[in-house]
Structure formats: C-alpha cells, structure tokens
Design a protein around this ligand. Structure first.
Ligand SMILES: NC(=O)c1ccc[n+]([C@@H]2O[C@H](COP(=O)([O-])OP(=O)(O)OC[C@H]3O[C@@H](n4cnc5c(N)ncnc54)[C@H](O)[C@@H]3O)[C@@H](O)[C@H]2O)c1
Length: 242
C-alpha cells in the first residue's frame, strides 16, 4: 500500500457499522474519508475523526462515481475502501415490486461495484484493501427479504470476481457477513420477540455489535490482513458456520 499514513474511504460511515469501522480505522492511525447520504451525521463523525466527508447518494450511479472520486481526492489517494452503505427492506417474493428491488440493488450491489471500481483504479500502482460489508443473508435463509439477500449475494460474487481480477495489483478484496446487529437498519421491522429469537440463534448468547464487525475490518485493513483475499467472513456469533 502506498502512503505512510493509510487513507481509508468508508461508505455508510455516518452511523451504525460504517461509523464503528471509520472510528476503529482512525484509532489504528488511518486518515478516514466518510461517504454517506446523511449529511449532518456524516460530517459530524468525520469532524470528530479529523477526517473528510463527502455527501453522496450512492443509489445514483453518476453521483456515486463522482462522489467516491471526490472522497478519494479529499484524502490525496486511497489505500483502503470499506463499503458499508446499505439499504434494507422486507417483502415476501410474491409482493416484491420492481421499485423495491431497484432501490435495494442500486445501493447494495451497484453502489458497491461503482465504489470498488473507483477505488481500484487508484490502487493499481500501489495496491490496496477493499472490504465489502455483505450479510449472512448472502449465504443463509433470506425468507421475507429475498431482494436484500440477492443484493448481498451479488456483493459476494463481486468480491470474488474482484479478488481474481485485481490480485495481480496486490489489491485484496474481502467481504464481511455480519449476523444480527442492532443498528438503525432494521429498526422499523424489529420486535422484542424477534430480538429474543435472533439472540437465541447465536452460540454466544448475544447479538453482534458494530464494534465486533469493526475489529475484523481493522484486521483485514491492517498489517496482518495482507494474505486474505476473496473471502467472505461470517461475523455472526456462530449463527453461520460455513
Ligand atoms: N445491522 C445488521 O444486522 C446487519 C447485518 C448484516 C449486514 N448488515 C450490513 O451492514 C451495512 C451497514 O448497516 P448498518 O446496520 O450499519 O445500517 P445503518 O442504516 O445504521 O447504516 C447504513 C448507512 O448507509 C448509508 N446509506 C444508505 N443508503 C445510502 C445511499 N443511497 N447513499 C449513501 N449512503 C447510504 C446510511 O445513510 C447509513 O449511514 C449494510 O450494508 C447492511 O446491509 C447489517
């Protein structure tokens, strides 16, 4: 990787898992650029880390490409890209409509692809690390959230393809597959009964925290993570074991 102080662009860094990853990478000494559609929240996180903020709606392909490029420029380059921005929805397949499919796919699948492309083009000379936040839904179940599960399976396929195409440039590309994490993402669809049922699925008797995910991201972005590529790591408290 290129510069002495590593530069990390984190999409979805305004809150939740992305915010925790941004804070953890800053703790590790990296300079962080946050990309998010939530402007005051993202700017506040960036300022607290002496980082940069770029307001982008990643569901707009042209804006996503320009915005990721601007975020990279704001750091003077990029060594690490974390794609944590994500959209969620619940619908049975029989009720799923094209608008919901497009909304989720535009952020999770296409937005991830565009960010990966923009970062990789700037990593060709000196290498880099790309970390995509997918979901255990990419591998496991998906009932009631088929479009979300499909979008995250697409993220795993993109991770694999990129690891194969970009390994020659010493760009590593990995995915994290979190289990249940109590962030704002699924808050509208959550009941106390569901939380209890999900907790019971973990072999460790608890749900994940954003910090559980951030620690693994820091490992993949850091000095010990250089020989991992094309992997999809389950961070699920044992809910998924393959
Ligand atoms: N929370 C969980 O249980 C869980 C489980 C598995 C995977 N994930 C994945 O982790 C990632 C982070 O989720 P989270 O739980 O922190 O959710 P969150 O809703 O707290 O954070 C998601 C962030 O992405 C940003 N974002 C959403 N759409 C965007 C867009 N169009 N343009 C720019 N930014 C956009 C949001 O503004 C927000 O800051 C997502 O990709 C999600 O699918 C979450």
């Amino acid at each position: 990787m290129g510069s002495a102080v590593k530069r990390a662009v984190v999409t979805g860094g305004a809150r939740g898992i992305g915010e925790a990853i941004a804070r953890r990478l800053a703790d590790e000494g990296m300079r962080v650029g946050i990309v998010d559609v939530l402007e005051p929240e993202g700017r506040a996180v960036a300022e607290s880390l002496s980082g940069t903020f770029t307001a982008v709606d990643l569901s707009d392909a042209a804006a996503a490409e320009a915005g990721i490029g601007a975020a990279i420029d704001s750091l003077g380059g990029v060594d690490v890209l974390v794609n944590s921005a994500g959209a969620f929805g619940r619908s049975s397949l029989l009720d799923l409509n094209a608008a919901d499919w497009d909304r989720v796919m535009a952020v999770n699948a296409r937005g991830t692809l565009i960010a990966m492309q923009a970062a990789a083009r700037r990593m060709l000379a000196d290498g880099g690390r790309i970390i995509n936040v997918a979901s255990m839904a990419a591998k496991h179940r998906g009932d009631g959230e088929g479009h979300y599960a499909a979008s995250k399976a697409a993220v795993l396929a993109l991770t694999r393809a990129a690891a194969l195409e970009w390994g020659q440039y010493v760009i590593t590309v990995n995915a994290l597959c979190p289990g249940y994490v109590l962030t704002d993402l699924g808050a509208d669809t959550r009941t106390s009964e569901q939380v209890a049922a999900w907790t019971a699925l973990s072999q460790l008797g608890r749900l994940g925290t954003p910090w559980d995910i951030a620690g693994i991201a820091a490992f993949l972005a850091g000095p010990d993570g250089g020989y991992f590529t094309g992997q999809a790591l389950n961070v699920t408290g044992g809910m998924v074991m393959h």
